[in-house]
Design a protein around this ligand. Structure first.
Ligand SMILES: C[S@@+](CC[C@H](N)C(=O)[O-])C[C@H]1O[C@@H](n2cnc3c(N)ncnc32)[C@H](O)[C@@H]1O
Length: 244
């Protein structure tokens, strides 16, 4: 007799008879709309005992089906930590980044500040320890010209027009409406990333939304982690996308 999950383990539904039930196919999601009718319809049972046997098999298939779904599902989690100006210094966020860095051989961080984790680091602010101090888009054009292909990108820009404005003003740059539009900054930097990505590359994005590289650029969302900071703080939303 087959092993049964959970509550079915103790039940003796065989009646000592040979198992003639039709071997079912993997349950289809459509079938679960009518679970009560599913066993009879799909396991070819006619009498009551056969029906019980079919029902038992049905729950076994269902349990395996859910396990298969869970294995394929996008990873989603929520964690808590104190906020920090240096995003990756927030412990669970740093761990999120390091988990992907472990398998990386060539990575790019266009908004690195003082984090030297990536192979190529850049930050507009010359007082940071990044290798390059350029606008992120120009930095990426330079890497593309040098034929760099990265398997991992850390995309952690200023999160709002106010943060962009503060950053530009702090290094004495003129800022107008156009420069402080975060959507514009994100778009031009994401577009500039495309030529420097190896097939199957991962892009980790941090901020207050889940827009990321997106399907339009051929990316699949594989993980979301929310980091709650308590009080009235916005969560930091961390996403991982894979280039198809
Ligand atoms: C959120 S911080 C990055 C923090 C960093 N990931 C960490 O964990 O410490 C964003 C950085 O982007 C830099 N930045 C802002 N606008 C930029 C631009 N157009 N190009 C390059 N860097 C820029 C800022 O100077 C700032 O250090």
């Amino acid at each position: 007799m087959n092993e049964l999950p959970g509550m079915w383990e103790e039940a003796d539904l065989s009646g000592g008879e040979s198992d003639n039930a039709v071997k079912p196919k993997m349950p289809d999601i459509e079938d679960f709309r009518y679970p009560a009718s599913y066993p009879k319809a799909h396991y070819g049972s006619t009498d009551e005992r056969g029906y019980e046997r079919a029902l038992r098999q049905y729950y076994k298939d269902l349990s395996e089906y859910y396990e298969a779904c869970a294995a394929q599902a996008m990873k989603f989690s929520r964690t808590w930590a104190m906020p920090n100006h240096d995003t990756f210094s927030v412990k669970p966020i740093g761990e999120f980044v390091q988990r992907y860095m472990e398998k990386s051989v060539c990575s790019i961080d266009p908004f690195a500040r003082n984090k030297d984790w990536a192979t190529y680091t850049n930050d507009l602010n010359p007082e940071t320890t990044a290798q390059y101090h350029m606008d992120a888009e120009m930095f990426l054009h330079g890497l593309a010209d040098s034929k760099v292909k990265a398997d991992l990108v850390l995309f952690d820009p200023p999160y709002s027009p106010r943060q962009i404005s503060e950053c530009y003003k702090s290094i004495g740059m003129e800022v107008g409406m156009k420069e402080t539009q975060s959507a514009l900054l994100y778009k031009r930097v994401r577009d500039a990333l495309m030529p420097v990505l190896a097939p199957g590359a991962i892009v980790l994005s941090f901020g207050w939304n889940t827009v990321g590289m997106g399907k339009g650029r051929g990316f699949e969302l594989i993980e979301i982690m929310l980091c709650c900071h308590g009080g009235a703080h916005n969560d930091t939303i961390c996403i991982a996308e894979k280039k198809k």
